[in-house]
Design a protein around this ligand. Structure first.
Ligand code: NAI
Length: 296
C-alpha cells in the first residue's frame, strides 16, 4: 500500500515511522525543508536507540529508512492509496491542502486527517468526493502509543471505514471507532485534566501561600500519587502548548462556549511567547538537554 503523510512534524514523522515499520512505502511531505531534515534526523536517532536496546538490528533500520521518501512537492503524492494529513490545526489550511491533493489523486484514494479537534465532516466538505475522507487520530508519540481513533464523518463510506480500520490493525495498532464529536474520545475526556490543572495554577494566590500549588507541585501529585504517567503540565509541554491551546479553543467553540472547556490565558501567553514546550526548548519547564527544570 502506498502511503502519504502530509506534515513531517511531531505527529507526521511518527506516523511515517509506524507505516514504514509495517512495510508500507511512505512518502513524507512538508512545505518546509528544515522540517523534513529534522524528521529524517529524528528517525535516525530513534532507530539507533532501538539498536542500542537490541530491539532492532541494522538490517531492520535500513529497511525502515528505505521505506520512507521525503517530498517537498504535493503533486508527488499522486499515487498514494492512503494519505494521512498531520499539519497545523486550522480548518481553512487543511481544507485548502485537501482540495489541492484531490486534484492529483484518483477518486478512490483515501484522504484522512489526524486532527485532534476539528470536525471530520467540515474537513470532508471541502472535497468533491467526501466519502473518501475520514479521521485517523494517532496519539503522541505515534510509534509508542497503541490507540488510534478512527472517526467516520457523516459523509464517509462504510468501505473506507473498513479499509482504514483493518489497515491500522495491520500496523499493529489498536483502532477504536469514535464519533465525529468535538475532541472525539480521548481529547474530550482529557480536556478537564489540562483545563482544571491550569485553573488551579492560575488560582495559586487565592488564599494559599505563593508556590503552594505551582505547576511542578501539581505534576508531582498527579504523577506520583494520581497514577498518571505524566503530570498535566509535563503533558502539555510534551504535546506542545500551541497545539494543546488550539485544541481547547476548538472544543470550547464547538460546545457553544460551554465554560467547562474555557481555554486558559496562561497557556495563550505561553503560545504567543513561543514557550511551546519540549519542541521549542521551553514551556512550563526548561529543556536544556538535562532533566527538565521548572521555568521561572
Ligand atoms: P507540528 O507543528 O509538530 O507539525 C506540523 C507540520 O506541518 C510542520 O512540520 C509544518 O511545516 C507542516 N505544515 C504546515 N502547513 C503545511 C502545509 N500546508 N503543507 C504541508 N505541511 C505543512 O504539529 P503536530 O503536533 O505534528 O500536529 C499536527 C496535527 O496532528 C494537528 O492537527 C494536531 O492537532 C494533531 N495531533 C497532534 C498531537 C500532538 O500531541 N502534538 C496528537 C494527535 C494529533
Amino acid at each position: 500500500m502506498n502511503i502519504a503523510i502530509i506534515g513531517s512534524g511531531t505527529m507526521g514523522s511518527g506516523i511515517a515511522q509506524v507505516a514504514a515499520t509495517a512495510g508500507c512505502q511512505v512518502q513524507l511531505y512538508d512545505t518546509k525543508q528544515e522540517a523534513l531534515d529534522k524528521a529524517k534526523q529524528a528517525l535516525e536517532k530513534i532507530l539507533n536507540r532501538l539498536i542500542e536496546k537490541d530491539r532492532i538490528d541494522d538490517a531492520e533500520k535500513n529497511r525502515i529508512q528505505s521505506n520512507i521518501a521525503y517530498e517537498d512537492d504535493l503533486k508527488s503524492l499522486a499515487k498514494a492509496d492512503f494519505t494521512i494529513e498531520a499539519i497545523v490545526e486550522n480548518l481553512d489550511i487543511k481544507q485548502k491542502v485537501f482540495k489541492e491533493l484531490e486534484t492529483y489523486q484518483s477518486k478512490d484514494a483515501i484522504i484522512a486527517s489526524n486532527t485532534s479537534s476539528l470536525s471530520i465532516a467540515s474537513i470532508a466538505s471541502a472535497l468533491e468526493h467526501p466519502e473518501r475522507c475520514i479521521g485517523v487520530h494517532f496519539f503522541n508519540p505515534a510509534p509508542l502509543m497503541p490507540l488510534v481513533e478512527i472517526v467516520p464523518a457523516v459523509q464517509t463510506s462504510q468501505e473506507v471505514f473498513d479499509k482504514v480500520f483493518s489497515t491500522i490493525q495491520d500496523w499493529k495498532k489498536v483502532p477504536v471507532k469514535a464519533q465525529d464529536t468535538p475532541g472525539f474520545i480521548v481529547n474530550r475526556v482529557a480536556r478537564p485534566f489540562y483545563g482544571e490543572a491550569l485553573r488551579i495554577y492560575e488560582e495559586r494566590f487565592a488564599g494559599v501561600p505563593e508556590g503552594e500549588a505551582g505547576f511542578a507541585t501539581i505534576d508531582w501529585a498527579m504523577k506520583e500519587f494520581g497514577g498518571f504517567r505524566m503530570g498535566p503540565f509535563q503533558l502539555m509541554d510534551f504535546i506542545g502548548n500551541d497545539v494543546n491551546y488550539t485544541v481547547t479553543e476548538t472544543v470550547f467553540k464547538a460546545f457553544y462556549y460551554d465554560p467547562r472547556y474555557k481555554p486558559s490565558f496562561t497557556q495563550k501567553r505561553f503560545e504567543e511567547a513561543g514557550y511551546l514546550g519540549r519542541k521549542s526548548g521551553k514551556g512550563f519547564y526548561n529543556y536544556d538537554g538535562n532533566a527538565q527544570k521548572a521555568a521561572p
